[in-house]
Design a protein around this ligand. Sequence first.
Ligand SMILES: [Zn+2]
Length: 446
Amino acid sequence: MPVPDLIIRGQRVMLPETVAPRSVHIREERIVFVGDYDDVIAGCDVVDAGEESVVMPGLVDTHVHINAPGRTEWEGFRSATLAAAAGGVTTLVDMPLNSIPPTTTLAGFKTKLETARDECFVDVGFWGGVVPGNTAELAPMFAAGVVGFKCFLVPSGVDEFEHVTEEDLREAMPELTRLGALLIVHAELPQSIKTNGVEGADYRSFLDSRPRVAENEAVELMIRLSREFDTRVHIVHLSSADAIPVLREAQAAGVKITAETCPHYLHFAAEEVPAGATEFKCCPPIRERDNREELWDGLKDGTIGLIVSDHSPCPGEMKLRESGDFMKAWGGIASLQLRLPIVWTEARRRGFSLLDVTRWLCANPARQVSFEPRKGSIAVGHDADLVIWKPDEQFTVSATALHHRHKLTPYAGEALSGVVQQTFLRGRKIYDDRFIDLPLGHVLLR
Ligand SMILES: [Zn+2]
């Protein structure tokens, strides 16, 4: 066997089915051998994670809004991928909207790729978008490397990324099926949303303006269309737990439909959102405590397969913190850097294991975008993307420690467990409490 470039070992290495003392041998950016802890080769560099730290696959986050080009002042590839590295995320997938142009045409995708190249500190893939009238662009974008396509069933918040109706989907879905492409859906229906809701700082009025039924009916529509057109469909950021039983039933009946949820729905509860605290605003909204616990049940039985950040930042002033008006403030929560400790803190509290967390944060997101032959697991042949972190160490979230471009966060002051110590991208250390200052990330094409 050729001599590895580096061996990373520890007492708690997260393998696909078990946690065990292992040595991970890395050569030319890939994992070439996973041996016993003592399998080290004389003269080879060894990083030892020790007794308490976990060696986990680098996190994969398939729902990140980077907003570049065009709205780079909202985030941008540099700050997003630095925050990712600090959070143990080695692969992320950028959403097709908020950038100008949006990724809804081949030309728009090419502009996106030019913007991203040489700016990324971790590996980055891309979603395309389905908007009214762009069916002819789907095949060229898919051939050029987008991992799949996103659509909105309600206004997205930006004019250049229009939402689709059932009629639009009836045109696009046969093409998506022909391509074998995944359609990911912002599932809220406009008819159940009160856009003329009471303005002001009361969270309850905002919550009532985006009721669970808007999500439930959208999920039912997508189940029906997925069944009819045999299109693979994925529900993004599921917030209404009422939709879980119908999803479970559809999955059992063979409908190709999956779902994700997000850290904020699993950590916060509507009852605890302070008046005027617009940093908690996102769409669909953070719901009640009982709903949160039912989302955890959906993760437990696998109806919900992954947890992604939906990192959706904006300049602080767009949050209208002074008026605290929930109806008018921009919706979106930035949590790219914090996904691991939030999810681990809440998962552990409910008796879930590190293996569960690895499945939700690494393996399943990688599978969703067909990156699983290279990403999301510690296995021979995979990219040597690894994070070493301390699950038992606590910290209090300080906005100034976040590398997101904008620091306003509902997590400020929260006590979380899980401190990232070192992040490795394809065998190179990119973070160890400071950044190794070259953008080594690749642009990942399907
Ligand atoms: Zn989103």
